[in-house]
Design a protein around this ligand. Structure first.
Ligand SMILES: O=P(O)(O)OC[C@H]1O[C@H](OP(=O)(O)OP(=O)(O)O)[C@H](O)[C@@H]1O
Ligand SMILES: NC(=O)CC[C@H](N)C(=O)O
Ligand SMILES: [Mg+2]
Length: 503
């Protein structure tokens, strides 16, 4: 997942975009970038690394202008070379810069089309740069030197007709303003915020509402599936629905893991949905584990804490924070490569023995994906003296690859693929294991917004809402992006770094 932000203000935006990116850091830890617009030119800084490492004071000083966009990256297409850090830039028409959260499912075809139909060469393997070129080509069809809102919306309508997959986008067009849009299934989140500065309005768009809170904008609404918003550099806002058959199928994994609990996505509080997941799972444990004796409920920090608290409440058991998290280690699941992920779990979490000695402990995690965390945590609980170690997952078994912006490309890497609950328990060394049922997960989230009739649940169900994913597609994705393939690709990609980013 990546985090995106865009601001149109009456004063410099560099610090606000930086601050917004720091609260969106949990969505992407690999690269960060900001582009601002000043005196008819873009100013850009992007590189691999965390927000705090990428932007030094000298970069911030040069990021002048009252309008800008930013991105934190968790790669799900192409490589993790700095050349693929975002935002991307294209010089024609007008000069456009774009940042994207999500993943296109027909990027390869679009890249070929861009070459054959538009004679546009794309020098990276990034799907986001493809998307930028599709948008640029459509905008180029408008003959005038100054685009109207209507012309921009016509171009975005044409983009939706060609592009498949998940995409929440912020972009800047020189001498025009900021254009943001969300894919016709609304898979990835995007919110709009506003504040008054004197008699002028300032606007902000971001992946999550927490970014608006951090920077001091008021939440206005979610940008709707297929909708585009154009905010001119004078602060006028236009919006339009640009996709004919837009549906609302937001990704349920945002609620399970990705988003911050203090965000509200599509009118659903992430925190409350996690409490509801805990309540449902607590009830299932009560029903099904009548013979299992539990002394204490312990979350695996950080994301599972809210659900674990609710499980303890339902089971009428003590909730204890038996693991301490090292606040300087990031999220392990979104780290690149299994070696790094494995190493990081023990550096990140440590057990407080007194909470484990001689006890039957129920550990709770929000999800079990590769099993990296649970396997090591169970071992740590035993080393700390636990008598029996049980594990509950607030999400169902993750059995299928994700093609919409979560880097789970290969079924072989998913511990639950082709295995039943007992087999998974044996692999991770749990004395008992229980997963949330998918219907319960959906009920826990959808009860806060019954207007959403269907969530994007492919990692649990194998059903892909864009309808364009088949076994061949998944096989190609596996061959291209499994852990082994990525290591080889990274080495090759380093070669083109200098073309794009001279540091
Ligand atoms: O089965 P796995 O492949 O290990 O993936 C699942 C684990 O990864 C995530 O934690 P992460 O450390 O990324 O972040 P958190 O601190 O927000 O829980 C998630 O919360 C699970 O704990
Ligand atoms: N996680 C994401 O949203 C990634 C965006 C884009 N596909 C990239 O890899 O840069
Ligand atoms: Mg975790």
């Amino acid at each position: 997942m990546c985090g995106i932000v865009g601001i149109v203000s009456t004063t410099p935006v560099n610090q606000s975009i930086y601050d917004a990116l720091t609260v969106l850091q949990h969505r992407g830890q690999d690269a960060a970038g900001i582009v601002t617009l000043s005196d008819g030119n873009f100013r850009q800084r992007k590189a691999n690394g965390l927000v705090r490492d990428v932007f030094e004071a000298k970069h911030m000083q040069r990021l002048k202008g009252n309008i800008g966009i930013g991105h934190v990256r968790y790669p799900t297409a192409g490589s993790s070379s700095a050349a693929e850090a975002q935002p991307f830039y294209v010089n024609s028409p007008f000069g456009i810069s774009l940042a994207h959260n999500g993943n296109l499912t027909n990027a390869a075809q679009l890249k070929e089309d861009q070459f054959h139909k538009a004679r546009r060469h794309i020098n990276t393997t990034s799907d986001s740069e493809v998307l930028l070129n599709v948008m640029a080509h459509e905008l180029d069809k408008c003959p005038s030197l100054h685009l109207t809102a209507e012309e921009i919306f016509t171009a975005i309508t044409a983009v939706h007709k060609q592009v498949r997959g998940a995409y929440a986008v912020v972009s800047l067009i020189i001498n025009h303003g900021l254009v943001a849009f969300r894919d016709p299934n609304g898979i990835r989140p995007l919110v709009l915020g506003m504040r008054n500065e004197g008699d002028q309005k300032e606007y902000m768009v971001a992946s999550e509402s927490v970014a608006l809170d951090a920077v001091g904008f008021n939440f206005v609404r979610d940008i709707e599936p297929g909708e585009a918003v154009y905010i001119t550099d004078k602060g006028e806002l236009f919006s339009a629905h640009c996709a004919k058959d837009a549906k609302h199928n937001p990704c349920i994994f945002e609620f399970v893991y990705f988003a911050r609990p203090d965000s509200t996505i599509d009118k659903i509080s992430v925190y409350e949905s996690r409490l509801a997941m805990g309540e449902k799972l607590g009830q299932k444990i009560k029903r099904e584990w009548v013979d299992i004796d539990i002394d204490v409920v312990i979350p695996i920090p950080e994301t599972s804490c809210d659900s674990a608290l609710e499980i303890a409440k339902v089971l009428e058991l003590p909730y204890r924070q038996g693991f301490v998290k090292n606040r300087y280690i990031g999220r392990t699941f979104i780290m690149p490569g299994q070696t790094l992920r494995r190493k990081s779990v023990r550096r990140k979490l440590n057990a407080i023995s007194s909470e484990f000695v001689g006890k039957n402990v129920l550990l709770v995690d929000d999800s079990i994906v590769r099993g990296t965390t649970s396997e090591q945590i169970i071992e740590m609980a035993r080393e700390a003296g636990a008598k029996n170690v049980y594990l509950a997952s607030a999400a169902p078994e993750v059995r299928y690859p994700n093609v919409y912006g979560i880097d789970m490309p290969s079924t072989d890497e998913l511990i639950a693929h082709g295995r039943n609950v007992d087999e998974i328990a044996t692999m991770i060394g749990a004395d008992a294991l229980i997963f949330q049922d998918l219907d319960d997960l959906i009920a826990a989230v959808s009860k806060f917004n019954p207007e959403i009739k269907k969530f994007e649940t492919s990692v649990f169900s194998g059903e892909y809402v864009t309808g364009d994913i088949d076994a061949d597609y998944l096989q190609r994705l596996n061959d291209l992006r499994n852990d082994g393939a990525k290591i080889i690709k990274e080495q090759e990609e380093i070669a083109n770094l200098e073309i794009h980013n001279e540091g």
